[in-house]
Design a protein around this ligand. Sequence first.
Ligand SMILES: [Zn+2]
Ligand SMILES: [Zn+2]
Length: 82
Amino acid sequence: MSMIKYGRCDICGKKTFHLKRRYYRYSFPCGCCGRDGHHEEVFYCEECKPEPRKWLRVVLDAETAKELDLLWNEKHNGSSNR
Ligand SMILES: [Zn+2]
Ligand SMILES: [Zn+2]
């Protein structure tokens, strides 16, 4: 899977023939990538280290959103002993 590709580096914005690709995977299912979980492609040049995107566009179905909402509440609002 070591493909060489021409394009723009997502990190520094330079155009290069040595663009490499890295996937970042998220375990929740989405409407854009499928039930196996969301993933993001990041292209980077030889001088850059790949890093996950700061902003993601994800299509969620309502059920997944609800579940993520519950998990978020659990993590950030704690149990009701406050
Ligand atoms: Zn770069
Ligand atoms: Zn997705």
